[in-house]
Design a binder for this molecule. Structure first.
Ligand code: SF4
Length: 245
């Protein structure tokens, strides 16, 4: 058997907050080329902890009785294509669903996962309108993220990717980004996630609802204080449903 290595970032044996509606374990990959200033997992951006994927498969197997899916997160899981494919294949063989949290800068990895029907859920971060993208990230990734968005949308429409959502991490003063990104997302599920960085006061749930009102569509709003809610907009505020994190 060929041994495939992974630059490993960590493992959570059981999580109920990383994949809505599922109990899952979470495999963190180490390393990400993008280096967002607000990264919540900054300790995973550098360093090395090389493991054999067989070891990680063993960890997943140990969680098997408690979970119905595996989330691959990071860092950036799609940066380590062969390791991710290998782990996704093993996960599927165990009868579990596969979810990936990604910044979309490696569309070829997503394409390979979709082609092999190895993926059930993608949460794709879109960080800004395209015109501002390269100011925020270290490197030029606009075309790659656009490609990832297009191929996930297409796969979702064709039924090859059961769940697809666009995630916007939202900071005070960046409200104007949201309608523009929403246009790119189209009808895809959208999550507004509270951004937390440095001394900047995070947006409250109420402030995020006001921003969402400009979209005239249903969104999910995720904050540290309130967990995740489904927000249908001001005209139907009554139908906003609290979800447990
Ligand atoms: S893309 Fe994600 S993992 Fe990478 S630096 Fe940004 S927030 Fe961190």
């Amino acid at each position: 058997m060929i041994s495939i290595k992974l630059n490993f970032g960590g493992f959570v044996p059981l999580s109920t907050v990383d994949w809505r509606g599922r109990s899952a374990c979470v495999v963190f990959f180490r390393g990400c080329p993008v280096h967002c200033t607000y990264c919540q997992n900054a300790t995973l951006l550098a360093g090395s902890d090389v493991r054999d994927t067989e070891e990680i498969i063993g960890m997943i197997r140990d969680s098997l009785l408690a979970i119905s899916g595996v989330v691959f997160s990071g860092g950036e899981p799609t940066a380590q294509k062969e390791a991710l494919l290998s782990l996704a294949r093993a996960t599927k063989k165990m009868g579990l669903a596969v979810g990936v949290h990604t910044n979309g800068v490696y569309p070829e990895t997503l394409d390979a996962l979709i082609r092999e029907r190895l993926i059930d859920h993608v949460a794709l971060d879109i960080k800004a309108r395209w015109a501002r993208y390269n100011n925020l990230l270290r490197g030029d990734y606009v075309k790659d993220v656009q490609k990832s968005l297009a191929l996930c949308k297409e796969a979702h429409e064709q039924g090859h990717l059961p769940e697809f959502e666009v995630v916007i991490t939202l900071f005070r003063g960046y409200d104007d980004e949201v309608p523009i990104i929403a246009q790119e997302a189209g009808t895809v599920d959208m999550v507004l996630q509270q951004g937390v960085t440095g001394n900047v006061r995070p947006l409250s749930e109420e402030e995020m609802k006001k921003i969402a009102d400009r979209l005239a569509r249903s969104v999910k709003i995720r904050t540290r204080e309130g967990g995740e809610i489904v927000y249908e907009g001001d005209r139907s505020r009554r139908s906003a449903r609290k979800r447990q994190r």
